[in-house]
Design a protein around this ligand. Structure first.
Ligand SMILES: [Zn+2]
Length: 147
């Protein structure tokens, strides 16, 4: 399997995701990260996040999430207007490790976007990023960048 892109997330966006995860307790939070993919001469393409979209968890549950369809539609439309693409989806696990659940695999938005999971199980937030498909998942290459 080739890596579609390496994800770079600005530090303020990481802070926003963890803040939203805490604010949504006891339920899961969810959202989207948008940006653009930069082709590299000698390395994997880089996905640079430039904007985040907070979505309502329509499931309002501590063990699953369902992106509110209308907000999802509006976010995608805004991305299109700005010439950006969806690079990642994120959600939180209030009481579980930051690894995909069976539900997460079944409801995966796309095999071409990174799945970020924020775990609050151990108090201090733990973020992990994954590529998901129907039968499994593997770690995604990502890092936090300044500004
Ligand atoms: Zn999950």
């Amino acid at each position: 399997l080739s890596t579609p892109f390496r994800l770079e997330v600005p530090a303020p966006v990481v802070e926003e995701m963890t803040a939203r995860a805490k604010a949504a307790l006891p339920n899961e939070c969810c959202g989207l990260l948008a940006g653009y993919i930069e082709r590299q001469r000698d390395a994997a393409p880089v996905g640079r996040v430039v904007r985040s979209y907070a979505l309502t968890n329509a499931a309002a549950s501590p063990v699953e999430y369902l992106s509110e369809p209308r907000e999802m539609f509006e976010a995608i439309r805004d991305m299109r207007r700005r010439g950006t693409d969806i690079l990642a989806v994120y959600h939180s696990h209030p009481d579980a490790d930051p690894v995909p659940s069976r539900n997460d695999l079944d409801r995966n938005y796309s095999t071409d976007v990174v799945n970020i999971i924020i775990s609050l199980k151990d108090g201090a937030p733990r973020l992990e990023a994954w590529w998901l498909w129907d039968a499994g998942y593997r770690p995604a290459d990502w890092r936090t960048v300044e500004n």
